[in-house]
Design a binder for this molecule. Sequence first.
Ligand code: MIC
Ligand code: SF4
Length: 638
Amino acid sequence: MYNLTQKIIKEHLIKGELKAGSPIEIRIDQTLTQDATGTMAYMQLEAMGVDQVKTELSVSYVDHNTLQNGFMNADDHAYLQTVASKHGIYFSKPGNGICHQVHLERFAKPGKTLIGSDSHTPTSSAMGMIAIGAGGLDVAKAMAGIPYRLTMPEVIEVRLTGKLGHGLSAKDVILELLRQCSVKGGVGKVFEYTGDGVQNLTVYQRATITNMGAELGATTSIFPSDDITKTFLERQNRSADWKELSADPDASYDGLVEIDLSALQPMAACPNSPDAVKNVTELAGTKVDQVAIGSCTNSGYEDMMRVANILKGKTVHPNVSLVISPGSRQVLEKLIETGALSTFIKAGARILECACGPCIGMGQSPKSDGISLRTFNRNFYGRSGTLSAGIYLVSPEVAAVSALTGTISDPTTFDYEDSFDQEPIFIDDSMILKPSEHPETVEVIRGPNIKPLPQNTAMTEEIEKKVVIKLPDNITTDHIAPAGAKVLPYRSNIEKLSTFVFMNNKEHFDEICKANHGGIIVAGENYGQGSSREHAALAPMYLGIKAVLAKSFARIHHANLVNFGILPLEYVNKEDYDTIDEMDDLVVEHVKGLYDSPVITVTNKTKGCSYQVQAHLTKEDLDIIMEGGALNYIRNHQ
Ligand code: MIC
Ligand code: SF4
């Protein structure tokens, strides 16, 4: 009677019931962090006074900040390596690969639960596990053995039939879903893949789909664990980790989407949103300046081999810069063995480190007004580092063919070999360091970039603040706390990081907040979509933001706001948004009233009117907010 999502959640359920929309708590088996969110997560773990992690497996990856321009990134790496060794955490060194690719290959296990301080953690759900992106503090709590609190999601069945044809890719499956459902269509949902078509997708292809389920706003996406999963695990020398898992034959779902893989066409997500999807044929002929192949979405062995088959014996168009970053060192080593790396280099590709790189704006920003085709998952405004650039998200096949022609091109009409060698099997864990057997002897290194955690004060009974910024729908965490080579090195230094908040929306936002002793943010639908970075709550908290009044919130950001003691409020009447202006004086009256009723009143003193607002918060969420955030809460209740 259970679908696969319910089965795994049921196995891990600590509190609550399997009823969509109700609050639940689940046991977490595995955690992952990456360096850009990891430093905060581990500082929070230390602040909780945890000696050794309580999970079955916890891994700390370094893949985001690997440029090391200045001492800051290297300070972070040294802290992460030593803190991992001391507290029972595996450490994947910089250069070993992108967290989600390495986790999928080396650690993901059917039937287990994983939370990671990165929104693309659901990549590992391709393996038939429940893998969820969360804020760093929630990951720290999981490492401390505290169950993960979430809302029991609705489970949507995505029934796949048919088989992908020549030139088609798993990327086109998820772009089709984004076209149909939009970037907020998945909030509060899990997308569970079923149907005959599932057998025609490899684990790497499934991982592309579950990875980009994050762009739907979904809690996670999941594939069954079957013979294909078994073969993948055998090739990773991990047969013992396999078990068969699928939904019961008579399982029920909360919704259905049907996709015929044979009927798909190559697609692209146009600037500046992953759901601005068009068929490649509509864009054919558009001049291309840059092509970037890689990121946690499309950097596995199979994607790389398909690209090699397309590039074989050809050279990149003179006006195109092609950059390739394989997802893991294992993949890179296999590309060397099969000769694919030499194909890339002969074709004129520039080979980058096995890391996130251009996906998070760490180098390779396009030229002014440049057109860049990327096999990545996000094309939010400014993320590439060039505000005027047009970023299109495409499959590796579209990317490779377009790199050769110099214009957006359709791979279905391009002649290339579909098959490639799966051998040799290549396993390399030499850059994954085990935690110390003598943790008491390990000294945690804290260079000058590692600044102490900022503290929050308890919530007041009434909030009277100015609207310091008014924002439209779909504001991403890349708007709130931008990344990129200039800002990312300060993820462990919140004072400095806070000077970049909303830098592409409003200059000197930090100074406006300081001059007004903090403030309230007013926003539209789906506020905080995109990444899991808790810095998008932490830096505003540091600037004195006490509440965000939005039409709706993205899941992870809502949780992060609670964790850092910021009140997330929604209009009862969405039209009220139109009557509020920047610098209006708002009073949130009787915050504690939310314990008795989900609806309270906000008065706009400037406009002389008042609004009904609601909060989707449990009693524990409210306790956390009233005490000034989860860290204060944990400290006060230890
Ligand atoms: C992203 O893709 O936006 C990131 C960078 O991986 C983030 C995490 C972060 O901001 O550090 C994510 O997806 O959660
Ligand atoms: Fe890294 Fe990009 Fe994946 Fe985020 S989306 S984890 S930045 S590769």
